[in-house]
Ligand binder design. Structure first.
Ligand SMILES: *Cc1c(COP(=O)(O)O)cnc(C)c1O
Length: 354
């Protein structure tokens, strides 16, 4: 394995108030960087001071969006050890995204080594208040200086760290979600299953409109029929209908979430019936009208579990579980965050210590 060089910072930053972090507002002293050159592979792995990147305006990522990313978190366990939640899944998914965008793959183990080393150097930046963590953002960008459409020959893999509080200001309280029936996020054959900047660029317009209407995020429907549920802005989505947990199946346009995967695994293990299939928005509204929609929640690294209290679709509004968090949502939240902190036994082997 290649060596990771350490370039020391001249000055360290003052730490923010760890009780008032918000999400994505502060970045630590160091970042991990590695370069790719065609014919040479990934090289020059290093941990260097966090700071501006020097790029030419003609850098390809700025024009053609060849950019992939990941999101995971580091936590201080109850035993004082630093824990990562299934980081190999993130790095494997990054490679899947890379393949879709013609970006060279990374060595999963080496990328995790780099992340662990960076997190250990920045251990004083890992907040310890309940609900806080150190958010890890690995990403890859195309760096060829060239205007003209084709895959770049050079790239940078960078990992930055941000101490964060709750993703939604509502915390674990239910959010209001607007069902988007006009704009679409992704279509089969497109980029939907890849974690790439372009998917978020496509989502901003309806996010803004939903926020103006007082909603937190949008729920996307499929791009062809505007009928089947895909996912929420930054989360996968699950419904509890008549005691059964139902979630849209991975169809190529949905992002395969690691929290989604973990939720399915642990609910099945706990004896719940969990079904991955096509779910139409009509079915969900019908279940609500018939008193059979017990719960709805989003799953994602940022918020872990985010109960959905209100859904609006074509002018109709439903309130789910009286706008309160449901039993299953709470159980999944407690179990996953418990495993992350070490308070709950890691019987699935999901934790990697840094
Ligand atoms: C990252 C992401 C998710 C959630 O994935 P996790 O691995 O659970 O964090 C869901 N949807 C989209 C569009 C995402 O980018």
């Amino acid at each position: 394995m290649q060596e990771i060089k350490f370039i020391e910072a001249k000055n360290l930053k003052e730490k923010p108030d760890m009780k008032n972090l918000g999400f994505g507002n502060y970045y630590t002293d160091y970042m991990f960087v590695m370069d790719y050159t065609e014919g040479k592979g990934w090289h020059d792995a290093r941990i260097e001071p966090y700071g501006p990147l020097m790029m030419e305006p003609a850098s390809m990522v700025l024009h053609y969006g060849q950019a992939t990313f990941e999101g995971l978190k580091a936590y201080y366990g109850v035993d004082g050890d630093i824990r990562l939640f299934r980081p190999e899944k993130n790095m494997e998914r990054l490679n899947e995204s890379n393949k879709r965008l013609c970006i060279p793959e990374l060595d999963v183990d080496f990328a995790i080594e780099g992340i662990k080393k960076l997190v250990k150097i920045e251990k004083d930046w890992i907040p310890t208040e309940p609900g806080t963590s150190l958010y890890i953002r690995p990403f890859v960008i195309a760096t060829d200086v060239h205007v003209g459409v084709h895959p770049s020959h050079t790239y940078k893999f960078i990992v930055i760290l941000s101490p964060v509080g709750a993703y939604y200001k509502e915390g674990i309280n239910p959010v209001k979600i607007y069902v988007e029936d006009d704009f679409v996020r992704a279509v089969k054959g497109g980029l939907g299953y890849a974690k790439t900047a372009a998917n978020y660029a496509a989502s901003l317009k309806s996010q803004v409109i939903a926020e103006e209407k007082g909603y937190t995020q949008v729920l996307w429907l499929d791009g062809i029929n505007r009928k089947y549920i895909e996912e929420v802005g930054t989360m996968n989505v699950m419904f509890v209908i008549d005691g059964e947990v139902v979630t849209p199946e991975l169809n190529g346009s949905i992002l395969p979430g690691i929290t989604r995967m973990s939720t399915i695994e642990l609910l099945k293990d706990a004896g719940y019936k969990v079904t991955e299939r096509r779910v139409s928005i009509e079915e969900v509204f019908e279940a609500a009208e018939n008193g059979k929609l017990d719960e709805a929640f989003g799953t994602g690294t940022a918020a872990v579990i985010s109960p959905i209290g209100v859904l609006e679709w074509e002018g109709k509004k439903i309130t789910i579980n009286d706008g309160k968090i449901g039993q299953i949502s709470q159980k999944v939240y407690d179990t996953i965050t418990g495993i992350q902190s070490g308070a709950v036994e890691d019987k699935f082997g999901w934790i990697t210590k840094a």
